[in-house]
Ligand binder design. Structure first.
Ligand SMILES: [Fe+2]
Ligand SMILES: [Fe+2]
Length: 279
């Protein structure tokens, strides 16, 4: 069995072995999913400003960590975008991103308040950990599913970054002076963040990344349609071990046993739901 290389923090675009790109090994469904992921990742600067407002008085180390996090997320977007441009010369990351930005801005990014939409800093960190758990398992699944060497490398590098992001937000969660949240509150925040994955962000990114501007009039955006397409383009790549890891990471954040009944039940339910979606 091949052993995955260990990818350290702080890699740059120049570290990627672009010369190994093999167009024969590009899978069209995977390409469509990667284009959409590139747009979502590239949109990180808005999230950096939002998090910096929430943690404005948390000291320079926390603010620097948020900045660093945002730079890594943007680089994920650039790396995935460049790979997609190599695989499909008609795709242009910057152009697709402009369209995505025009049509998608969540309300909490327009606010200027210092209050998290999750109600507290701890709530915000739980929601962030859920997202990082999701991205960490998603890119691990891409790394394991693709046969294209450059995508394997990029997805491996990104998955390692996302896992470090999870740890950063997990530590930040526990460093808060705020009182701990009750178990049900934590569970509610985690579940609502998981449910938001069905919202416009992914569906609209999938649309902007895969429907060229000249086809917008004849192929208008429909949330349910593109949400479905986006799901089916990416869900088939998961293996049960990725889902298991994802659930364990989320369950740990809400303070439950990652190997206990909650984790086992949630993992079985999620796996069944996923199987139903790709059927
Ligand atoms: Fe990322
Ligand atoms: Fe991340």
């Amino acid at each position: 069995m091949a052993v995955s290389p260990v990818y350290k923090q702080g890699w740059t675009m120049d570290d990627v072995h672009w010369e190994l790109f093999d167009p024969q090994k590009v899978d069209p469904a995977m390409l469509a999913a990667v284009k959409a992921a590139a747009l979502v990742e590239y949109n990180a600067p808005d999230y950096v400003s939002y998090l910096k407002r929430i943690f404005h008085d948390s000291g320079p180390a926390t603010l620097a960590a948020i900045e660093q996090w945002g730079e890594e997320e943007s680089q994920h977007g650039r790396a995935l975008g460049r790979w997609a441009e190599m695989a499909d010369p008609d795709f242009k990351l910057e152009d697709a991103f402009i369209r995505f930005r025009k049509g998608y801005t969540p309300a909490h990014f327009q606010d200027t308040g210092a209050e998290s939409v999750r109600g507290s800093r701890r709530g915000e960190m739980i929601a962030r950990c859920v997202v990082e758990s999701g991205t960490s398992s998603y890119y691990s699944a891409i790394r394991d599913a693709t046969e294209e060497p450059v995508l394997q490398e990029i997805a491996g590098r990104i998955a390692a970054d996302e896992y470090r992001h999870y740890k950063l937000f997990y530590d930040t969660l526990h460093a808060q002076a705020e009182p701990d949240l009750g178990f049900w509150k934590k569970l509610w925040i985690a579940v609502s963040r998981v449910r938001e994955s069905d919202d416009d962000e992914l569906a609209y990114a999938f649309y902007c990344a895969n429907v060229p501007p000249e086809k917008e009039t004849i192929t208008p955006y429909k949330r349910s349609k593109y949400s479905k397409l986006s799901t089916s383009a990416s869900m088939t790549i998961y293996h049960r071990k990725h889902i298991q890891k994802l659930v364990q990471m989320v369950v740990k954040v809400i303070g439950a046993d990652p190997h206990g009944w909650l984790a086992n039940t949630a993992e079985a339910l999620l796996w069944r739901r996923l199987q139903a979606k790709v059927a």
